[in-house]
Design a protein. Structure first.
Length: 320
């Protein structure tokens, strides 16, 4: 009884029985072709940019893989941080809410990040990126991605202890690498090349850099502390941060000899930012974190001045 009714309905609506349909998948005479996976990278590098002071507010991610001393893959994406953007952060990296409105949120990207980073040696320039990734995972209710982390700042300090700074833009200049500072993909790529060049310079391989004994040491012995300021001098009481080129190795010593205290970077107590370059300052200097912090502090009424290295030397010479 049921079959005639179904046949009548099929004729009425132009339906075909399953036996009369073409196959959904074309039949194959042999197995599907096999595409071997690309060689696993020796290490991957991650860099993130954030929308505001909250570490979880990731708005851009760059990941670069290295194998055999060369780049083997690159991945970059904007991220909707589902958080507010601060003017300072937008000035730093140029990303605003209008750029990320239609971009995926962090939870949607978690699987991709797990694929790229999970179980691998993961390099980041300082511990900021690891902390941001951990904070974003915590906010999203996701487990932190397990990796073996390596800090390329410490690697650079070991390989080139005489450089006055080991900030990424200074290392890019020292190693003659193309670099767009505060772009996540460019920063990740440069940090990766820092590790590659450090291994070439020191003869220490990746396993050696992952081992503990070298940490806290430079290739020429113990890491040099910042110079102790003289008790008196024209810079006595000054707290001085420096944006230096790799060749201005005498600048911290000159500042300390004049009584100034050399700081690791610009903070709320910094009174002087010294830039080893001529006015007008280069775009690289103007978008650096320390320069933007100094401008923001000055705009808020802070007692911080921005001078060139030559202007500082003239000030010291005039006082002497």
């Amino acid at each position: 009884m049921t079959a005639p009714i179904l046949q009548d309905l099929a004729r009425q609506y132009g339906l075909k029985p399953a036996s009369a349909l073409d196959p959904l998948v074309e039949p194959r005479d042999g197995p599907l072709p096999f595409s071997p996976a690309a060689a696993a990278p020796d290490f991957v590098v991650i860099d993130v940019e954030t929308a505001c002071h909250r570490a979880s507010s990731i708005c851009q991610i760059g990941i670069v893989g290295f194998a055999g001393g060369r780049e083997v893959f690159a991945y970059e994406t904007l991220v909707n941080p589902q958080d507010a953007f601060s003017p300072f952060s937008t000035r730093l990296h140029g990303i605003g809410p209008q750029h990320v409105a239609d971009q995926p949120s962090f939870p949607r990207l978690y699987g991709t990040l797990l694929e790229h980073l999970g179980g691998r040696v993961t390099v980041a320039h300082s511990n900021f990126d690891q902390g941001a990734l951990s904070a974003a995972c915590r906010i999203a209710g996701l487990p932190m991605i397990r990796s073996r982390w390596l800090d390329s700042v410490k690697v650079a300090r070991h390989a080139w202890p005489d450089l006055p700074t080991h900030r990424l833009n200074a290392l890019a200049s020292h190693l003659d690498l193309e670099h767009k500072h505060h772009d996540a993909l460019s920063d990740a790529r440069v940090a990766g090349w820092v590790v590659v060049r450090a291994m070439e310079t020191t003869g220490l391989d990746l396993a050696g850099y992952l081992a503990a004994p070298w940490r806290g040491q430079t290739s020429r012995g113990s890491r040099k502390p910042r110079p102790r300021p003289a008790a008196e001098g024209p810079l006595a009481g000054e707290k001085v941060a420096i944006i230096a080129s790799p060749h201005d190795t005498d600048l911290p010593a000159r500042i300390a000899a004049a009584g100034g205290r050399v700081m690791a970077g610009v903070g709320r107590t910094t009174t002087l930012l010294v830039i080893a370059g001529d006015r007008p300052f280069s775009s690289g200097v103007r978008v650096s974190a320390d320069f933007l912090k100094a401008e923001a502090l000055a705009a808020d009424g802070g007692s911080i001045s921005i001078v060139t290295a030559d202007e500082l030397r003239d000030r010291i010479a005039a006082a002497a």
